[in-house]
Every structure is written in C-alpha cells, then in structure tokens.
Design a binder for this molecule. Structure first.
Ligand code: NOJ
Length: 672
C-alpha cells in the first residue's frame, strides 16, 4: 500500500495528499502550502492508477499516454511551487476548428471530406495551429449537419473511411499537432441503432436509453406532450411515437432524441465510444451541449415566459441539471483521468459564471475548460427568451464587462477560459464585432485577432477566421440559408404572420419577411458554413463539383491563395499574431486588468505575469481616437510587439501617456 502522493496534475501544485493505510482510498487529509478556499475531492481512481500504472502494450495508435502521476517520495518539493496558473500543453495550444463539410472536397461530390483536410495540414501547421478540432464526421443523416449521429464508431461515407481518419491522425501527429473530436452524446440520431431498438417496443432493453413519457390529455381529451418544453429549434421538445403511444424528448430537432443519462448503461456506452477514439489516437474531445445531459427531476412544466407561444423556454430545467456534475466526474474517473487529453465542454444557456465554474475548476476533476456564450450572445435581444437570430446593437462597455469578468474569473482556483469569437454556430466575427465593408474589413479583422491573441485561455480559431471571411450578402434569398435552425425559425414566423393575417380577414397575400432576413444576414449560423475560400478558381477551389452551399460572392478577391504569401494580409497577420502569443507567455497566463476607464471606443488592458506586463490597446471604431493611459505607472519602457496597420513595427519605440489610435487599430506592447 502506498501512503501518499504529490498531486501534480489533477489538483495542481501546492497540495500533498496523505492516504492512511486504513482509508480504503476515501479519507484523505491534505497538507497545503498555498492557501485555497475550495473543497478538495481526491479521485480514488487516480490514486489506484498511480499505484498500478497501466500495463500491456500501448494503444494501437498514435496517442501517447501521459506520464503517470508522481509518487510522493519522488516528488517532495524542495522549493515553493510556481505561481498559478499551472502550465499545461492544452493551455498554450492554438486550436483550429474545422467544419469538415465546408473545408475542402477531395472527390468532387460538393462536400468537404477527410482527405481534403489531409491536403491542408501544412497550411494549418504554417498558420501556427497545435490542435485540430473536427466538427462531427461520424455516420449521420445530417438532420443537424452531423450533430445527429447514427454510428459513433464509424465515419460517414461522405467524409471518407476509418482508414482515412487514421491517415489524417498520423499526418496531424507527424506535424506535431493533435486531433480533437466532437463528442455529441446528449442526443443521437433517430437512425442510431440504440434509438431504433428503444423505439421498437416498450419492453425492449434499450427502451430506457432515451427519455420516453406517456401523453397527457387536456380538458377536451386531446393528446398533449408530457410537458410544455420548447425545442431549441422550435416547436414542442417531444415527438409522439404512434406505435408505442409514447413521446420521446428531443431538445433539438425530432431527429435528435435525447439519451437518458440516468441509465448507467448509457453512460457505459459513452465511455466505451470515448475509449474507442482515444485508442485510435484522438487527443481530446469538444463535448457538445454537455451541460444538458441531466434534466430537472420529474421533467416539470416550464414557467410561462411567453404567453403567446404554445411551448415555453425551458433551459433552466434542462441545462445544468441535478446530476450533470456527477456524470462528468464519472466520465473523468472512468475515462479521462488516465489520458493527457484536451477537453472542452460546450455549455449553452448559462451566463452564470458560478454555475460554470464547477465544470472547470481542477479540484472538481471534470473538464479542462468550457465554451460559455456570454460574448457570443451579446448582440441578441435581451430578455428571458434566447433569440439568436435577431440582432441588437451592443456597446463596447458591455463587451468589456463580459471579457473582463471571464478573464478574472476564479483564477486563484485554477479556472481556465476557452477564448473564441467564432465557431460554426455563429456569424462571422468581422461582420459582428468589426466592420466588414471593403474599406475596414482587413484592419478590423486584424484588430479582432489582436484581441484574441492577447486574452488568457486556450485560443480557438474557426476555419476562415484567419482570412477575415465575412457574412454573405443581404441580397441572398432565404433559400441560401440551409441550416435547420434558420429554416425552422423562418417557418414559425411565417406561419404566425399568416395566421395573424387570416385572423384579420386579409386572406393570402405576400408576407413581409424582410426584417427576419435582416436578422439572418447578421446572425445566422449559415454564414460560418459556406465553403472555405481557398483560391480564385471556380467555387473558390473548394470543389470541382457543385458545392453543397453557395460560395460567398467575394471569393475571387478574398481567398487563402491571395493571402498566403502576403505578410500584410489578414492571414499573414494571424500567423504573426499567433507567433507573438506563443513567444510571450504573459499573453497566455498573465493576470488581466481593464484600464479602459469607461472609454467609448477603446478597450485597453494589461496582462501581468511575474515581472512582465503586456499592454493591449484596441480601437473598436472607424474614427481615430486619442487614449490617455492611466498615470499611476510609467509607460515609456513598453515596446510595441504587434500592431495591425501596415508598415511594420516602429522598432523599439516606447509609449507616451497619450496614444493616438487609428480606425480599428490594435496594438500590443510589452515591458519586462
Ligand atoms: C451545439 C452544436 O454546436 C450545434 O451545431 C448543434 O446544432 C447543437 N449543439 C445540437 O447538437
């Protein structure tokens, strides 16, 4: 029996746990040499794993198992531990999200595929990427573009084969990068064999793998869903199955039935599929809507927040439910703890930082970080109902408040951010937070890059963000919006307006939907999903066939080929910016302080790590502006290390107390 451990990876430095002989691995007094203010739970599985490191051949794959946790006797500290936050490879990593269907088509069928990704690995390595995150490439009917999986252990033939995936994995690893998969396990496809079995009869052993409930009947004897929850993609969150006369729950579209995580067999099946990919070589997981896996006990009705709607917003009842943390801890105990993976949970419907902390704090043994959406939701209307397809003007003050809150959040306890401003569920950042007109597009896209690389957290870049890709134009009709979320929203509004006209006796005539299209042009997910713009040839070099979505009109002038050798392009700037981030640890790990003092168009902040301070100045408007730096400290020793205006750096130039920033100018200075 071992009797003590230095816990270095799961608790962070500063803690030593002593395990009494009699404890049966549960009761652990802790010696602490740095003050902490949070409860500590030691994972018995970790301790056992340390005492009995895994034996047998390494996984038949490219994945390297991490070094085992260190025994106390080997690791008694001789000097004080390094200051928080701990260094981890995934903290300083740059993650690039690929939306495979729109990345590059290698076989002319109009859909991107794995061999297309393989062909671009050097491009990604040259950009400075460390980890590729693939949006789902598993077998899927594509009812929600692959977030509806019908076989977790196979590749959809549209994207290739398992052998293609292996080759991609080898190619990624050979270039020193890692590969992260999308884990979509709140729900499956209704074509998954688990669901087909579950649906086949009430007595099928898999019946309880999904959430089935009998109907309710209203006063008129009409059959009604078991509760009033609205699906995220419109309509009731319940679908009736005629043959077994029960409803199943689907928080997204009806083709995405929710798994019943309360059933231990479901959880075991999920651990199994995670192991399948880890053993094949996958280096981590982005976990789709992972905070929805536990729903409120008894599935009660949601409060009526919108009396005009039949079904109600129910996220308080289906997000961060009572057993969510228990299940994620179990995932950690059963799968994650023995691998040095990158894990990021997607946690929508939650702006309350304290609710999200528990998923991330190292003491809890859950995930490395989460995607929270407070910044992404900034330009949606305020109010209880989440209306992501509508636009609201946002202010820089709000923007700064959100960024500042998360940058400082529970740092002393080890909370770690995921830094992102684009993904496949949001319109392009330059169109939302910059100015995507021909005049300002490049410079404002670069300014947003300065913002991104100078914030603490793991850095995420979405495909095409590095080129400054923008939303497609307002002149495109609704038929170009292929996303089920856009289509369902459109149909609901159209139907509502039709009904209103009918009730006014106005009969069938054209219905004005221009306001809805205005919203779509600014906000729809579709903008991030059009084909990647590789070059000026037909279809932007994305495919030789007919692309599954129309290519944005500007591809002849705005594409990777046009930017790749141009240091002043958005792509050239991103490469430089990522190098600057990697060579200045302060930008990754430093403490954040907002020094903007309520300025209307400048976001100014410092990052400090030990003796090094970085100063970041960002002008969020077209007009030139003068910004006065706080006088409490001297700024003359600060040197400019990154700026987004052409002409290069003014070498060695110090900084005066008043700085003139040009339209959308962004700068980073460092003093050490
Ligand atoms: C979040 C994914 O990012 C999104 O694309 C998808 O529609 C929903 N989860 C449902 O899986």
């Amino acid at each position: 029996m071992v009797n003590g451990f230095a816990i270095s990876s799961s608790l962070g430095p500063g803690l030593v746990a002593f395990l009494p002989e009699t404890s049966h691995h549960t009761l652990i007094p802790i010696a602490i040499w740095r003050p902490i203010s949070y409860p500590i739970r030691i994972d018995p599985a970790c301790i056992l794993a340390t005492a009995n490191p895994p034996s047998g051949p390494p996984p038949q794959s490219c994945h390297l198992d991490p070094s085992p946790r260190t025994l106390l006797t080997d690791a008694m500290p001789t000097s004080p531990p390094p200051p928080a936050p701990d260094r981890k490879w995934w903290k300083s990593a740059v993650v690039y999200q690929i939306y495979p269907i729109s990345f590059l088509d290698s076989n002319g069928d109009g859909l991107g595929d794995l061999r297309g990704i393989l062909a671009k690995l050097d491009y990604l390595r040259d950009l400075g990427v460390d980890v590729l995150w693939l949006s789902p490439i598993y077998k899927s009917p594509l009812a929600d573009m692959g977030y509806d999986i019908s076989d977790y252990c196979d590749i959809d033939p549209r994207y290739g084969t398992l052998e293609d995936w292996d080759e991609l994995c080898r190619g990624v690893h050979a270039r020193g990068m890692k590969l992260m998969m999308d884990l979509v396990v709140n729900h499956t496809s209704d074509e998954h064999e688990w669901f087909l079995a579950s649906k086949s009869s009430k007595s099928n052993p898999k019946r309880d793998w999904y959430i089935w409930r009998p109907p309710k009947f209203d006063a008129a004897g009409q059959r009604q869903p078991p509760n009033n929850w609205r699906s995220v993609f419109q309509g009731s969150a319940w679908e009736y199955d005629e043959s077994t006369e029960e409803y199943y729950l689907h928080l997204y579209v009806a083709k995405q039935p929710d798994l019943n995580w309360d059933n231990p067999a479901v959880r075991e099946a999920v651990w199994g599929l995670m192991r399948f990919w880890i053993e094949r070589g996958c280096d981590g997981f982005r976990m789709d809507v992972i905070n929805l896996i536990s729903k409120a006990d008894g599935l009660p009705d949601a409060p009526i927040s919108d009396p005009e709607q039949e079904y109600q917003l129910a996220s308080t009842l289906f997000a961060n439910g009572p057993r969510a943390h228990e299940y994620i801890k179990e995932m950690h105990e059963k799968v994650l703890y023995k691998h040095d993976l990158i894990t990021v949970g997607e946690t929508p419907f939650t702006h309350d930082a304290s609710q999200l902390a528990a998923y991330v704090l190292p003491a809890n043994n859950e995930l490395n970080m989460v995607f929270q959406f407070e910044l992404m939701d900034l330009d949606a209307p305020l109010g209880v109902e989440h209306r992501p397809l509508e636009h609201r003007e946002w202010s820089l003050k709000e923007f700064r408040a959100v960024v500042g809150r998360w940058q400082g959040f529970k740092r002393e306890e080890g909370f770690w951010n995921a830094t992102f401003i684009e993904n496949h569920d949001h319109a392009r950042a330059v169109s939302r937070f910059g100015n995507d007109s021909d005049e300002w597009r490049a410079v404002s896209a670069k300014m947003l890059a300065v913002l991104e690389v100078s914030l603490g957290g793991t850095q995420y870049v979405y495909q095409g963000q590095e080129l400054g890709l923008r939303n497609f134009p307002r002149s495109w009709g609704v038929e170009e919006y292929k996303d089920v979320a856009s289509q369902n929203y459109w149909n609901r509004v159209l139907e509502k307006r039709r009904e209103e006209m009918r009730s006014r006796g106005e009969g069938e005539q054209d219905i004005d939907m221009s306001d809805v299209l205005d919203g779509f042009q600014r906000k729809a997910r579709d903008h991030a999903r059009v084909p990647m713009q590789w070059d000026a040839t037909a279809n932007a070099g994305f495919t030789d066939g007919t692309p599954w979505m129309r290519v944005n009109d500007d591809y002849e002038t705005w594409n990777a080929a046009a930017q790749v050798d141009d240091e002043n392009s958005v792509l050239g700037f991103w490469k430089r910016a990522l190098r600057v981030r990697k060579t200045h640890e302060v930008l990754i790990y430093g403490d954040f302080a907002d020094i903007s003092s309520d300025h209307e168009q400048v976001f100014a902040y410092t990052r400090t790590l030990g003796n090094t301070t970085a100063l970041v100045l960002l002008n969020f408007k077209e007009t030139e502006v003068s910004f006065v730096l706080p006088s409490e400290r001297g700024w003359s020793a600060f040197k400019l290390i990154l700026q987004n205006y052409d002409g290069g750096l003014e070498d060695g130039r110090g900084i005066a107390d008043r700085v003139l920033l040009r339209g959308f100018e962004g700068r980073i200075y460092v003093q050490s």
